[in-house]
Each structure stands twice: as structure tokens, then as C-alpha cells.
Design a protein around this ligand. Structure first.
Ligand SMILES: [Zn+2]
Length: 223
């Protein structure tokens, strides 16, 4: 079993991969949040954890979060990212306020555009846990041309500040709290003002990395 228990009934099912995915188990069903980059058979890992029916939701469309979708009949995601998807799995569009009722456990959708137009967070209010995809973290956050919007990103970070949740992302797998959000706003302001010197990176994601002294930053692939 490679999965890691991070909170009661909450597993990181890809703790050692390129991108995390999380399984939240209720009394009557479970919700899988993202499906990984393809290096792990996520469905099989989930089946070791629970025999309950599993629904799948994507925080956003990027390929390192959706490669395992092919093993599921249906995926829930925001319509603004659906247009970016090609393929195989039937899509159920969801947005702000949609609730997954897992039996004794409810997870609410919070729209967090910025990293992509259709980015969503999945919020367990009772446990004070939120799954934020690529939007929050201490690893450089991808700014992919055609996807990102810095005004939206700023508004999203300010929106997340109002929740005070423990946030789990896909690349920085440790919990993030208020300090990371403050740091991201500071880094965003510095980045926009051209006050962070970029560092060139090489494969697999060649581009420029803009890291602030506070430990948060952005990566611009292909630049
Ligand atoms: Zn992403």
C-alpha cells in the first residue's frame, strides 16, 4: 500500500508521484480528488482502501491530475476546464456550492480560477480541510500560457483567506495555511512588479522560475 493517511478518512493515494491525488471516504461513498499523472494505478490503490463506490472530481484539467480519469466512467469538473479536455470519460459539470454527500461527510465545491479558468477547490467544512489543486503551495506554481489569469489568481487567494482551512495541494503535499496565502500574495505583487529575477530551468518543464525569498513562486514553462 503506497497511500498515506493524512487525516481521518483522508488519504493521499499518490504521495510519491509527480502530483498527489486524495481519497476522502464517507459512510456510503468515497470521493477521489484528481487521478494523477499516470505513474500509479490510482483506481487499484483506492480499491485497497475502500469497497464503497468512488466518484471522481478534477481540481482542474492539467494532465498530471487527470491521467487516471480513463479508468472511471464519469468525472466531475468545472465547465470552464471541460473545453480543454479531450477524450474518454463522461463529464459532469459542477460549480460553486455543489455538494458531494458521502454519507456523514459533505464536501463543497469552491471556485478558485487563476491557475486555470475552471479551477475548483473541494472543501470539507467539518474537518476544516480543503483540497486546492495547484493553486496553493510552496512549490513553484505553473503559469501556463492560455490558462492562467493573475487577476483571478489574486482574487482566489483572497477568497481562500476567508476560509482558514488546512489546504492540501498536488505538488506541495504538506499542509498549507494562512502564511502560504500571505506569501503568495506578496510573491504575486513582486512578480507583477518585475522584482523577482527568474532562474532558468531544464527538462522536464523547461522555463523560468520566479521564486520569492518567502518560499513561494511561479514557473513559466517555455519562456
Ligand atoms: Zn496544474
Amino acid at each position: 500500500m503506497s497511500a498515506k493517511l493524512i487525516a481521518p478518512g483522508v488519504w493521499n493515494v499518490i504521495p510519491n508521484g509527480m502530483a498527489a491525488a486524495y481519497l476522502v471516504v464517507g459512510e456510503t461513498k468515497a470521493l477521489l480528488i484528481d487521478s494523477g499523472a499516470g505513474e500509479v494505478d490510482v483506481k487499484a490503490v483506492c480499491a485497497e482502501i475502500t469497497s464503497l463506490p468512488i466518484e471522481l472530481v478534477n481540481t482542474h484539467y492539467h494532465g498530471d491530475h487527470t491521467a487516471g480519469n480513463k479508468d472511471f466512467e464519469t468525472v466531475y469538473m468545472h465547465p470552464a476546464d471541460v473545453r480543454k479536455m479531450t477524450g474518454w470519460t463522461q463529464i459532469s459539470p459542477i460549480g460553486e456550492g455543489f455538494v458531494f454527500d458521502l454519507g456523514g461527510r459533505q464536501l463543497e465545491i469552491i471556485e478558485i480560477p487563476g491557475h486555470t479558468p475552471g479551477g475548483i477547490a473541494i472543501y470539507d467544512k467539518d474537518a476544516n480541510i480543503m483540497f486546492t489543486g495547484d493553486t496553493v503551495g510552496r512549490k513553484p506554481i505553473f503559469l501556463v500560457e492560455g490558462d492562467y489569469d493573475l487577476d483571478d489568481f489574486e482574487a482566489t487567494i483572497k477568497k481562500l483567506q476567508t476560509y482558514g482551512a488546512d489546504m492540501y495541494g498536488a505538488h506541495d503535499m504538506e499542509v498549507n495555511r494562512a502564511e502560504t496565502l500571505e506569501n503568495l500574495l506578496e510573491t504575486l505583487a513582486l512578480y507583477r512588479a518585475g522584482k523577482i529575477e527568474p532562474v532558468e530551468t531544464s527538462a522536464p518543464m523547461a522555463g523560468k522560475v520566479y521564486m520569492s525569498a518567502n518560499g513561494t513562486g511561479f514557473i513559466c514553462p517555455g519562456k
